[in-house]
Design a protein around this ligand. Structure first.
Ligand SMILES: *Cc1c(COP(=O)(O)O)cnc(C)c1O
Length: 367
């Protein structure tokens, strides 16, 4: 049987990409806010239905730039059930993450608990739309307003997602999207910050270009995080096929849901009301004591059949070795439990329903 990985990068037709990059051999302008970069930035502003977009070399640096551009201080409320990037960005920007537990059903920040973590040192909330599940954006908006906090969403998983007809990136002060090869939309590596206030434009732009505001002026301490023209070209091509990619993912997701729903000890991913999803991941929580087999055992059984699911996101970031002794993972028991019992099943455009059936059959055989 062919190997099935947890994901497979979306790619345009080879000729399509070659055509897109051809004129770079005439212009000889291959990075530093070139024509393709600017075109992609504009197209993404439309597609994401947001007011402003600033492109970056990758999502992580986009998140760091968003944080830096807002001049935050002290403590930031966030969740440990996420990819390393969220927490690492907060700490690398000199801030203290304060970990809030997640909801049982969608694994996003528990806003009731978040309220209790606000102190006079809190300057922002950085919630995560984990797996493409949307946070309680309306409640977060209320809390932020009341306590005068900035909100930056880690929206790495929510490319193209809509809530009550609005682009997900239009909530909060800013949202970071990742265009990494493993995400729903990719520019090989890449990312962006979507944001509301146009006064942030210059600050974000200097963040990606050594702090330089013009040729002789350096306003900020910053590094290099520019998206190059070959990345932007990939983005322009992949944006043309995005709707098809998402609809193929949707078919696979529905098949997983049909096969795995209503089983004891299995909690497959489910849709949220009012949300148009992008089907970026297909997480399943196995309550080992009920199901009989643990997440790790199921992962091993799948691997025996050449199917590679992933333990995303394990361990929770507040258990990372680099933070040893700094945080108490016992304060976020739900995040810990989900992290130890969730398995992210293969999900990508073009994953056939036959393959989904086979994956589910192997899982249900363990019952
Ligand atoms: C992928 C990802 C990032 C970082 O994106 P890169 O483009 O890989 O730098 C940040 N947060 C989350 C939750 C992610 O999954």
């Amino acid at each position: 049987m062919d190997k099935i990985n947890v994901t497979r990068s979306s790619m345009p037709e080879f000729e399509e990409y070659v055509n897109e990059i051809k004129d770079l051999w005439d212009s000889r302008w291959i990075t530093n806010m070139g024509a393709k970069h600017n075109k992609l930035q504009e197209k993404l502003r439309e597609y994401l239905a947001v007011e402003n977009v600033s492109l970056f070399a990758n999502g992580h640096l986009a998140l760091e730039a968003a944080i830096s551009s807002m001049k935050l201080t002290g403590e930031v409320i966030t969740t440990p059930f996420t990819f390393a990037s969220t927490t690492q960005a907060i700490v690398r920007c000199g801030l203290t993450p304060v970990f809030c537990d997640v909801n049982e059903d969608d694994y996003t920040i528990d806003v009731k608990k978040a309220k209790l973590l606000i102190t006079d040192k809190t300057s922002a909330i950085i919630p995560v739309h984990v797996y493409g599940n949307v946070c309680n954006v309306y409640e977060i908006e209320k809390i932020a307003k009341k306590h005068n906090l900035k909100v930056i969403y880690d929206a790495a998983h929510t490319f193209g997602v809509r809530v009550d007809g609005r682009g997900i990136g239009s909530f909060g002060d800013a949202s970071m999207f990742s265009f990494h090869a493993t995400k729903v939309f990719n520019t090989i590596e890449g990312g962006c910050v979507a944001y509301k206030d146009s006064r942030l434009t210059e600050r974000l732009n200097v963040q990606r270009n050594f702090g330089m505001s013009d040729n002789e002026n350096y306003k900020e301490v910053a590094g290099n995080a520019k998206m190059n023209e070959f990345q932007a070209a990939m983005g322009l091509c992949n944006l043309k096929i995005i709707e098809r990619e998402i609809s193929e993912r949707k078919i696979a997701a529905k098949r997983y849901i049909d096969n795995l729903s209503g089983r004891r000890g299995i909690r497959p991913w489910k849709e949220q009301d009012g949300v148009i999803h992008n089907y970026s991941y297909f997480p399943v929580v196995f309550d080992g004591d009920i199901f009989g087999k643990s997440r790790d055992q199921i992962s091993d059984e799948l691997a025996k059949e050449n199917i590679y699911a992933r333990k995303y996101f394990y361990p929770p970031t507040n258990e990372f070795e680099c933070y040893k002794g700094k945080f108490d993972p016992g304060n976020t028991p739900k995040a810990k439990y989900i992290s130890e019992n969730v398995l992210t099943l293969p999900m990508y455009a073009g994953l056939s329903v036959e393959d989904v059936d086979r994956i589910c059959e192997i899982i249900l055989r363990q019952e």
